[in-house]
Ligand binder design. Structure first.
Ligand SMILES: Cc1cc2nc3c(=O)[nH]c(=O)nc-3n(C[C@H](O)[C@H](O)[C@H](O)COP(=O)(O)OP(=O)(O)OC[C@H]3O[C@@H](n4cnc5c(N)ncnc54)[C@H](O)[C@@H]3O)c2cc1C
Length: 463
């Protein structure tokens, strides 16, 4: 009998366009394994919202494997140790896995390859990180040239179908019970809003893709309007690998509308973020530029009190309606509209002068699409601490952003205290003298915050 083939699943919880599963199925009987390894990821072990998604995604995948008489083996602990044990228990010698770029996964991949035959496949991005390089052969640091180089490489690889047959092993290794992992919140169960907002799993991802086919043409105009359902909302499906950007790309390849072209560039941002963490593995934890961490932010070690301000931001109690709507949307649904993510992130690091890593960690815990590469890259981009142009001095004005992108409906939905207000009052009720008593005053005025941020920046730069 051919030796069983282990498929190590991580953020690639699907059957179709799954190169590791496809190759394993051609090589012999398949043992699909998912290992929950919190220790390896350290500060970036999955947060609450991601755990909720993971539970449902694993459940969905196990069900689909079950329909093909196969199983999903669940193990908890050090991924390398657990996979080695499964190999010993089953006589498997080869592990098939999709390549991932998070630093803890790269380390585990290296360690596993020392003792077992680890076959890695590219599967979760349009192109593997490092696929395009500058004229001197280095990886790109900046998005725009990276994006141009990727566009010149299109099309991406062909997509793969579900494996025709998944052979079963003679016997199955032990598996944990998913319920025993306690990935779902219980005391209290705060996940009601997530249930209402999301359908998890690859069928749901394809339902959304079908819907998106009819809407992508409007993306260019509607993606910045938080009151509209104007973006794909496929980020958690993409993060957990329920759908791939390659599948999306091939579905849309004949639609050359401006909306599609803009959308394609967003998919490339996702590839770009992996390209960045491949070069700078600590990117989601440490500023790339020197001087910011000790010199710019308000710092509890220098006697600054930031905790109350941080909590007001987290709870959506800043007195800036668009910021509060965004932070409450995040808390209720595990997702936030992209433009509002930029506004809320900018508010934390510039208006409140709080180190971006506090924001990155809060998003990490609350987002269902929390992604080491994308979250870190975007936080550093907004903060001006990253590899690309310095955005710190470009301070977003939340109140005018709210008017410009007509956030009225969005604010009404997520900040019920303001639901009876019309535009323009709803964007800045304090300024218009109609702030309801149960809605907080602004933590700091926009002009004052702007001047404070610029003064701190000048001081850091020694100007
Ligand atoms: C401070 C901050 C933190 C962020 N953290 C994350 C995160 O942890 N995970 C995450 O997936 N995205 C993150 N983003 C990027 C972006 O906000 C989300 O990808 C997007 O809002 C998801 O919604 P959507 O699926 O409707 O996106 P669409 O607008 O429909 O875009 C399609 C896909 O392209 C990718 N994409 C779009 N914009 C970006 C971007 N700027 N960077 C990387 N990929 C992008 C996503 O996979 C997205 O699903 C962050 C942005 C900011 C400003």
């Amino acid at each position: 009998m051919t030796k069983p083939q282990i498929v190590w699943l991580r953020r690639d919880l699907r059957l179709a366009d799954q190169p590791a599963l496809f190759a394993a199925a051609q090589a012999g009987p398949v043992i699909p394994v998912y290992v929950l390894d919190d220790a390896a990821a350290g500060s970036h072990a999955y947060g609450g919202a991601s755990r909720w998604w993971l539970h449902h995604s694993l459940e969905d995948l196990a069900k689909s494997l079950g329909k093909r008489n196969s199983r999903l083996i669940l193990r908890r602990g050090d991924a390398v140790e657990e996979l080695t044990k499964v190999a010993e228990e089953t006589g498997a010698e080869t592990i098939h896995a999709i390549r991932h770029y998070e630093p803890w996964w790269r380390k585990a991949q290296g360690k596993l390859a020392e003792t077992l035959d680890l076959q890695l496949y590219d599967g979760n991005y349009l192109f593997p990180a490092g696929h395009v390089t500058t004229g001197s052969g280095d990886p790109y640091k900046i998005y725009t040239p990276f994006s141009k180089a990727i566009l010149a490489e299109m099309p991406p690889r062909d997509e793969l179908p579900d494996p025709e047959a998944i052979q079963l092993p003679d016997s199955w290794p032990d598996s944990d019970d998913l319920a025993d992992w306690h990935l779902l919140p219980t005391k209290p169960d705060w996940s009601g809003g997530l249930h209402d907002f999301w359908e998890v799993g690859f069928d749901a991802a394809f339902d959304r893709l079908n819907w998106w086919q009819d809407h992508v043409a409007d993306y260019d105009e509607s993606r910045n309007l938080p009151s509209k359902d104007g973006s794909s909302r496929m980020s958690p499906h993409l993060h957990f690998g329920e759908i791939t950007p390659v599948q999306i790309w091939h579905r849309f390849k004949d639609k050359r509308s401006q909306g599609w072209k803009t959308f394609e560039k967003e998919l490339i941002w996702r590839d770009y973020a992996q390209n960045v963490i491949c070069q700078f593995p600590a990117y989601a934890k440490e500023s790339y530029r020197d001087g910011y961490d000790d010199g710019l932010w308000r710092n509890p070690n220098r006697g600054h009190l930031i905790q109350e301000d941080l909590e007001a931001w987290q709870r959506g109690q800043t007195g800036y309606p668009i910021v509060d709507a965004g932070m409450r949307q995040l808390w209720q649904t595990g997702w936030m509209h992209n433009r509002v993510r930029m506004i809320c992130a900018s508010f934390l690091v510039k208006h409140l002068l709080i180190d971006w890593t506090h924001g990155e960690q809060w998003f990490w815990d609350c987002l269902v699409d929390a992604d080491y590469g994308s979250n870190g890259t975007n936080w550093q981009w907004v903060s001006g601490t990253g590899v690309d142009s310095n955005m710190f001095v470009r301070i977003m004005a939340p109140l005018s952003q709210s008017e410009k992108f007509d956030a009225t409906g969005y604010i009404r939905e997520y900040v019920p205290e303001l639901a009876s207000l019309d535009a323009p009052y709803i964007h800045d009720p304090e300024e218009h003298g109609c702030r309801p008593k149960n809605y907080p005053a602004k933590m700091i005025g926009h002009r004052e915050a702007r001047e404070r941020a610029l003064a701190a920046y000048r001081q850091m730069k020694g100007k």
